[in-house]
Design a protein around this ligand. Sequence first.
Ligand code: AMP
Length: 304
Amino acid sequence: MSLIILGSVAFDALETPFGKTDKIVGGAASYAALAASYLYKDVKIVGVVGEDFGESNLSKFTKRNIDISGIQIKTGEKSFFWSGRYHNDMNTRDTLVTELNVLGSFDPIIPSNYQDAQYILLGNLSPQVQITALKRLKKRPKLTVLDTMNFWMDIALDDLKKVLKEVDVLAINDEEARQLSGQYALVRAAEEILNMGPKYLIIKKGEHGALLFGEGKIFSAPALPLAEVFDPTGAGDTFAGGFIGYLAKRDIVDFQHMKSAIIYGSALASFCVEKFGTERIENLQDEDIAARINQFSALTAFDI
Ligand code: AMP
């Protein structure tokens, strides 16, 4: 049994009020797979890179025992490149460059040793590629989680609506939930979105935590108040990887377990933002994660 993470494997160049990076490893699948690998042993990536990505960057995944046989390496081509600059509030950013490169013609191939997957995260990518990957699985997984962004709502809404019919959980941020539903109040937005197909909806609210909707219930999780946020890139993908990694480990899919999964996702995301790119989530200790989970419990515990 395994967990498949589909998504971009990329080079990013980042600018925050704290500094700037040259090309470093980024991409939705990179963050999500690294995060999931702390909670579940059998994580497998489906993605594509160019010849420029290199062995040493791929070894970031293999060091965490992540299966990369589903990452296609395109000879003579360049990896997906994204560049962003954060504003002083660290919540908003401008995309400076998006070079699709190998992602422009990505045809996701599912290796035969991936076919036993019971869990799949359809990470941020074109909805068309997400549908194709799902169709290529011979057996429908126990849980399919979808992550997407406003970019795809703007240019591929019809395809996105098709994917929504096929997934169990959708994870998006508050602005995206408003855009997708046309509703401002998040409770109304959730009602609309749950009518589009998914059984559960997670609305990520950045430094204000996350909401889970499903089974007629709502759960609200905080984000850990952090003294310093160095680079928020990939926090959403890290959250999604932690969320599905926890559920794969417990192998029970219901609202109750999703509440815990959200806390694990949030804990991992709180590490992600402490350093540039994937640096912090390449080197976590189990004790660090356990300590942060305890901080979450303390943060929300109260008696009446
Ligand atoms: P997040 O901060 O969670 O929105 O994710 C940031 C990551 O998404 C970066 O590492 C980028 O490489 C990747 N990314 C940005 N735009 C796209 C896109 N259009 N498709 C796929 N991945 C993207």
